[in-house]
Design a protein around this ligand. Structure first.
Ligand code: UDX
Length: 423
């Protein structure tokens, strides 16, 4: 078993630390936020990530997991250091590597000979090789090991991954990192570092492209009398296409897809490679919130000015409390711009979000409104007591951007239901 330092206790770093401890390694996890470190030391996990708090508690109890403020301890006396710091979108759309560089500068003088520095943060192709020169320690290898953790499924994605990808210039270093994942039974792929870095962007951008395609297809369905559910069901039967990521929605969002699509486009532009598919993927998604607003406007009679709307779901997808780049909030901002008055409910959100006054139940949101808009696919929304909801509202209109609601029950309760892609 190895000694591992993890830098950054965000959802990637914390999942990495807790899961490596579960796999039997000894882990020191560092964060600059002292209050967070203290809370984690008491097994208080802020993030809504199933199974994570239990794993943190287990690691602390077994003394295989520790949380420390500042990076020093997580850099010294360890065999591996995992960099799990943010790489947000910079001014030109490229990934901002300030945090990665800062940790590497600190690591340069702190790590023991033979230590492997592992970049888990999402960084553009070529970064690992370039920063190895910055570290400038022939006795220390720098390796890329991208993460593919879905929010809300991070623990299972780490412990039972579909693949472990490790990229390095020195294969032996990559093999050592692969060995850390023994016990997960994952298929592994060892590549050069630029290829490993690109696997991450290539995967996320491909999925985003698939969703933009489906969202455009849904729009087309509305014009030609087709039903997107039937069309995608037919597509799913072709295993070259695959069965998942074919649900239309209000647009894709979250902490990864928007940032990664922009960053890959920036990489392509810098390399002087034209990538129109990627531009269209991003552009189509930008259009989606406007399209949803047009559907809502039409559903409530042509103007949103002064219209009272209840929003069901605010997070960027179900199963998370994450509001970052949430399409629901993009739609809400546009609705408010046109004068709509907004209340909202989300099982994971308590505080008001911009123009949305957050209430504590779907029923409270329905009270007196002129329409409901389903924006996040929380399963509980499909189970509402529709006759009761209808009775509370002043106009019985629902726009369901996730095609989640049971159409027959909703229409039986007297609603006009507008869904995506139903011509
Ligand atoms: C994503 C990747 O899946 C993960 O591998 C990566 O490492 C991090 O980014 P996540 O951000 O948690 O994970 O979101 P994901 O579950 O992939 O969903 C992304 C967006 O697509 C969400 O806004 C979601 O609502 C939307 N989506 C997804 C659809 O609109 N329809 C679908 O069928 C699937």
């Amino acid at each position: 078993m190895s000694r591992i330092g993890v830098i950054g206790a965000g959802y990637v770093g914390l999942t990495t630390a807790a899961c490596f401890a579960r796999l039997g390694h000894t882990v020191v996890c560092a964060d600059v936020d002292e209050a967070k470190v203290e809370a984690l030391g008491r097994a208080e996990v802020g993030a809504h990530e199933p199974g994570l708090a239990e794993l943190v508690a287990e690691g602390l109890r077994a003394r295989r997991l520790r949380f420390v403020p500042g990076n020093a301890e997580a850099l010294s006396e360890v065999d591996f250091v995992f960099l799990c710091v943010p790489t947000p979108t910079g001014a030109d759309g490229a990934a901002d590597l300030t945090a990665v560089h800062a940790v590497l500068r600190e690591a340069r003088d702190a790590v023991a000979p033979g230590c492997v520095l592992v970049i888990k943060s999402t960084v553009p192709a070529g970064t690992t090789e370039r920063v190895a020169a910055l570290v400038g320690r022939p006795d220390v290898q720098v390796v890329s090991n991208p993460e593919f953790l879905r929010e809300g499924h991070a623990v299972e994605d780490f412990l039972r991954p579909q693949r472990v990808v490790v990229g390095a210039e020195v294969e032996e270093a990559a093999r050592r990192v692969v060995a850390l994942y023994e016990g997960t039974g994952a298929p592994t792929l060892v590549t050069g570092s630029a290829s490993a870095e690109l696997v991450k962007y290539a995967s996320n951008c491909f999925l985003a492209m698939k969703l933009s395609y489906v969202n455009s297809l849904a729009e087309l369905c509305e014009h030609v009398g087709a039903d997107i559910a039937d069309v995608t069901e037919g597509m799913r039967l072709d295993d070259r296409i695959g069965a998942s990521f074919l649900e239309p929605g209000p647009g894709w969002g979250g902490s990864c897809f928007p940032k990664d699509t922009r960053a890959l486009l920036s990489t392509a532009e810098k390399a002087d490679v034209d990538f129109p598919l990627l531009r269209a993927t991003i552009g189509t998604n930008g259009h989606q919130a406007h399209r949803v607003v047009a559907m809502v406007r039409e559903a409530v009679g042509g103007s949103l000015d002064g219209v009272r709307l209840g929003l069901l779901g605010l997070t960027f997808k179900a199963g998370t409390d994450d509001l970052r780049d949430s399409p629901a909030l993009a739609v809400a901002a546009l609705l408010a711009e046109e004068g709509a008055r907004l209340t909202g409910y989300d099982p994971c959100v308590e505080a008001d979000c911009g123009p949305v006054t957050v209430l504590d139940s779907p029923e409270a949101v329905a009270e007196g409104v002129d329409g409901l808009v389903v924006l996040t696919e929380w399963p509980e929304f499909a189970e509402l007591d529709w006759p009761n909801v209808a009775a509370a509202m002043s106009h019985q209109v629902i726009v369901d951007t996730r095609n989640l609601l049971p159409g027959d029950k909703v229409t039986e309760a007297g609603f006009r239901l507008v869904s995506l892609g139903r011509g």
